[in-house]
Design a protein around this ligand. Sequence first.
Ligand code: CA
Length: 217
Amino acid sequence: MKLLIVEDEDALRKALVKGFEKSGYAVDAAEDGHTAIDRFFDAHYDAIVLDLNLPGKDGIDVLREIRKEDERINVLILSARGEVEDKISGLDLGANDYLAKPFSFKELHARVRALTRRDYSDKGNVIESGPVVLDMALKQVRYKERRVSLTKKEYGILEYLMLNRGKIVRGEDLIEHVWSSDVDSFTNAFKVHLTSLRKKLPKDFIQTVRGEGYYVE
Ligand code: CA
């Protein structure tokens, strides 16, 4: 899962990036509205966390531009403007959720999780595929009732494959959703992580479809 965090307050932006990375997300950040728009056009995000009071281009304008281009992308507004009017105009412009500052990180994480998973299923935080169970709230994986210890990247790859189970996922899409945009030469890194992930799971749990991508039943 890949997020774009748009927040001009340095300390808060860094804390958000760190917190979400710790939870296994790939995270890009933007400190103003223009950078946010550039980032948005350069990558595919599962959700955008958008502050309203931004230098240069206001969050509401950013949201308007994003919606013109993409009606489906999940946007959560994060703002100190707790007033009802701001909330309404944000939601009217197509924000999917709104959280007023100050907020708890726990609540923000829960809301982002709810937003991103509804693209795939409404079945809650737990996805099962055969003997493998993945819990998106706990970021844990169990195989035959035993906890499987995964690195963040391994978890990210598996989560994206299991969210898309039954479908072939292209390698580029996996990389796009699991790595932040600043990382170079990820094809090799991806293959290394995929190989180590496969060793921890049942044989052939992640299938390769030659020339097309990867597949979990
Ligand atoms: Ca701000």
